[in-house]
Design a protein around this ligand. Structure first.
Ligand SMILES: [Zn+2]
Length: 347
């Protein structure tokens, strides 16, 4: 397996005065766990630069540019991001101002950096997702990216801590470059991958599966009451698997059934690539209040990931795994345990 990690991806939220329980330490914790528990197993860890070199990507192409965003997001939205509107879009995306106009989980007085400085890190995050997909295509086992997964970003707006949709941006660039034609996006995050679904709906070249909390954000009553028909979060994924609080016992079984449905929808022409949005926030130790409707044990999280891994591997479908959602001090445990289980399996 290849791991992709780079300190350039760290968001440094406290430096911007943002108080969201996303810990930069999470990626390091995954690496330290693997290095400590499996000192003799060789796991290749690449950073953004070494990955681009390995893939022999021409130097001029080693970034995510405006044209990449414009394949996916509206021109108006992209113009706002590259112009005067960036700060306002970041404030909306990270929900830093409440309905009464007061700061929410935001202390600009404690910030040492201008909020707009986040944009370059976010573009690095997108670049990493693209590289993870490229790496997955050239090597037989999975590529796991310690970053990415901004699945709520929609055509003309950011949402739920996701400014732009790295998943679809990468998918569209790969298609534009002729490297793949069809893709599956398998979204295991606790929250519905609603932005991804909006951006790919009606396009049979990208099929989506999302397994998520049935009635928590963005599917809670309040958000739904303001939702616009034909837009996120109302558009169903190709395989939509809402899990209610009392259905958790059948989570893995329902996921297995969903994967088979995805295969049927592909009509025997399997995709060139699968992107797995491997959110850790269904884990019972997750600290974000809006994930409390899903409380999977660590073992179940690993079982979930191994099910998807085995399903894809048996069908020889290359896969890029994105770390995606996961909040609080223990969010590193599900991805670390999954990767550990794969190393255990290597004997
Ligand atoms: Zn999530």
């Amino acid at each position: 397996m290849i791991l992709l990690y780079d300190p350039l991806l760290d968001m440094h939220f406290p430096d911007y005065g943002i108080q969201i329980p996303i810990r930069d330490r999470r990626s390091q914790a995954v690496l330290e766990y693997l290095q400590k528990k499996y000192p003799d197993k060789t796991t290749e860890v690449l950073n953004l630069k070494t990955a681009a070199e390995l893939l022999e990507i021409p130097k001029n192409d080693r970034h995510i540019g405006r044209e990449d965003l414009e394949r996916v997001h509206s021109r108006e939205y992209v113009s706002a991001l590259f112009g005067e509107g960036l700060e306002a879009e970041l404030i909306k995306t990270y929900e830093l101002i409440d309905e009464r106009g007061q700061p929410r989980r935001y202390r600009p007085d404690l910030a040492s950096q201008s909020l707009t400085g986040l944009f370059s890190t976010i573009l690095n995050q997108v670049w990493g997702t693209y590289l993870a997909c490229r790496l997955a295509l050239v090597q037989p086992d999975l590529c796991f990216y310690l970053g990415g997964g901004m699945h709520h970003a929609r055509r003309d707006a950011g949402a739920g801590f996701c400014l732009v949709n790295d998943i679809v941006i990468s998918a569209r660039r790969l298609q534009a470059e002729g490297l793949v034609s069809s893709i599956w996006i398998i979204d295991l995050d606790a929250h519905k991958g609603d932005g991804t679904t909006e951006l790919t709906s009606g396009d049979p070249s990208i099929l989506t599966l999302s397994i998520h909390m049935a009635s928590s954000w963005p599917l809670d009553a309040e958000t739904l009451s303001r939702a616009v028909p034909g837009r996120a979060p109302l558009i169903p994924s190709d395989v939509e698997l809402p899990i209610s609080k009392d259905e958790q016992g059948s989570y893995v079984e329902q996921l297995g059934t969903g994967l088979k449905k995805l295969e049927v929808l592909s009509r025997k022409r399997l995709p060139d690539l699968a992107i797995v949005v491997d959110g850790a926030d269904p884990y019972e130790k997750d600290e974000l209040p809006s994930t409390s409707d899903l409380q999977l044990s660590l073992d179940t999280c690993v079982e979930r990931d191994l099910l998807v891994y085995t399903f894809l591997r048996e069908r020889h479908i290359p896969s890029a795994w994105l770390m995606a959602g996961g909040y609080g001090d223990r969010a590193w445990e599900p991805p670390a345990s999954f990767l550990g289980a794969l190393l255990d399996g290597q004997g």
